[in-house]
Design a protein around this ligand. Structure first.
Ligand code: GAP
Length: 454
């Protein structure tokens, strides 16, 4: 059976990610461990650049949002109060014969709304539908009993709700006020897969935006615009590949009174990238009830005490990496001057500020004075905070190909004239234009281009 274009594109991405050091299969020397992935050197840098851009935009770049970092393992009471112990589950059925486990709602959908009578894999008998909780349970301390059991957080959000009282008291909070966190979350997902799309360990970037109940709707609209701007202006995802989907009542999470999903058209289908929810006072009310603490906010002007509503924009970091790589992976004809056996080139047209390497420096020949000059340029670029690579092996065409595949915006080649007149050639990843420039001007010029968000 031949592969569809979409399947081919996905396979190209997975193999590029491995070949070029972005993402590797996890525990591979032991034959792998299903649905776990190692981020390699370029993957880690790309993730860091995304995180930094996010933090800069939504935390340091605003006066109404602050950051926190709270533990992965919190008091188990948090998850009872939040409704995750009781409600964070998927309906499942098991096959008694082949032992496969299926999402009951998926089987219903595939079977035209009726529950199939036999296993879709082996025709074996299916069990009754059972609720399967998605939280990972673990033991804290030496005892292995229920009193010692705790959970790995399935969302970072609850850390902001439990920290709300202390932040409120320490920071002289005025509503509206957001608390942000970036961190790992864990879910014992039944149906994992599609590369890094759905894994059991993943990273979230979340904001809980506390507002007066009267202003919840306008805060929701404000965050919708912010999310749109992030997708368009920072990630530069093509407009036609992103859909903003209002989620119906029956499909929303247990805490949400309104949800819009930001969906991306992945090669394996249109699926969730991010979410925006109105959590109303659901969480604070529950935590107030169970903890007995007063979680209201008192307006210093009017004296009014309110339990804030919470608008929650949430971003999955791993899905961001996937969408960014898919959206910007491109293939075009290699320019004649750079052809080195290959007629075409694969190029990651990553937004420059997200690219893991900003500049690659190549001495044309392995000569000492050229190498020294190249290293001097590298130090000057690094002093501007730019990640740089040095490559002196193979033809220039091959060196360009490597950098194109990891998305490096600029390559600088030094040749014998560089020694004579202090000039070098800058080659642009996207336009393929080559320009002769003064070496000492390069760091500042590129730094400025990087921050012009072009
Ligand atoms: N606090 C709200 C919350 O957790 P969610 O829609 O369940 O909402 C938020 O998750 C985001 O986390 C999703 O939009 C997605 O980007 C990411 N995410 C959720 N489950 C994931 C998984 N199993 N693998 C990778 N990313 C996931």
């Amino acid at each position: 059976m031949s592969m569809s274009d979409d399947e081919q594109r996905m396979q190209n991405l997975v193999s590029l990610a491995k070949r070029r050091g972005f993402i590797f299969p996890g525990s591979e020397i032991y034959g792998g461990y299903a649905n776990t992935w190692d981020y390699g050197p370029y993957g880690v840098q790309l993730r860091k650049n995304i995180r930094d851009a996010w933090w800069q935009r939504f935390v340091t770049g605003r006066l109404d949002v602050v950051g926190v970092e709270t533990p992965v393992i919190m008091s188990p009471k948090v998850w009872e109060a939040s409704g995750h112990v009781g409600g964070f589950s998927d309906p499942m059925v098991d096959c008694k014969k082949c032992k496969n486990r299926f999402r009951a709602d998926h089987l219903l959908e595939e079977n035209g709304g009726a529950m199939p009578t036999a296993c879709p894999e082996c025709r074996g008998e299916l069990t009754e539908v059972r609720q399967f909780n998605l939280m990972f349970k673990t033991n804290v301390g030496p005892m292995d009993d229920d009193l010692a059991s705790a959970y790995l957080r399935p969302e970072t959000a609850q850390g902001m709700f439990t920290a709300w009282k202390n932040v409120r008291d320490a920071m002289r909070v005025r509503l509206p006020y957001g608390i942000a966190q970036i961190g790992k979350a864990f879910r014992n997902e039944i149906t994992t897969g599609n590369f890094i799309f759905r894994t059991r360990e993943f990273e979230q970037m979340e904001i809980e935006y506390f507002v007066h109940p009267d202003h919840a709707d306008e805060a929701f609209e404000m965050w919708l615009l912010e999310m749109k701007s992030w997708v368009r202006d920072v990630l530069k995802l093509p407009e036609e590949s992103v859909v903003y989907q209002e989620i119906g009542e029956g499909d929303r999470a247990h805490y949400s009174s309104r949800t819009i999903d930001v969906e991306y058209k992945y090669p394996f289908g249109q699926k969730e990238l991010y979410g925006l929810a109105n959590r109303s006072d659901y969480d604070l009310k529950k935590h107030q009830e169970v903890s007995g603490e007063d979680l209201t906010w008192r307006d210093p002007h009017t004296g009014e005490k309110v339990l804030p509503y919470v608008i929650e924009p949430t971003w999955g970091l791993d899905r961001t990496v996937l969408a960014v790589l898919l959206a910007h992976m491109d293939e075009d004809a290699a320019p004649t001057s750079e052809k080195d056996k290959t007629e075409s080139r694969v190029v990651l047209r990553l937004p420059k500020n997200l690219a893991p390497v900003k500049v690659a420096v190549f001495p044309l020949q392995k000569k000492e004075d050229l190498q020294t000059k190249a290293k001097e340029l590298i130090s000057a670029l690094q002093a501007y905070g730019m990640a740089v690579e040095y490559d002196e092996s193979g033809s220039i065409g091959k060196r360009y190909r490597r950098q194109d595949e990891i998305g490096t915006p600029w390559c600088v080649t030094l040749d014998m004239d560089s020694i004579e007149d202090g000039s070098a050639t800058i080659r642009d990843r996207d336009t393929l234009e080559q320009e002769r420039v003064v070496i000492s001007d390069i760091p500042k010029t590129l730094f400025e281009q990087l921050h012009s968000n072009s």
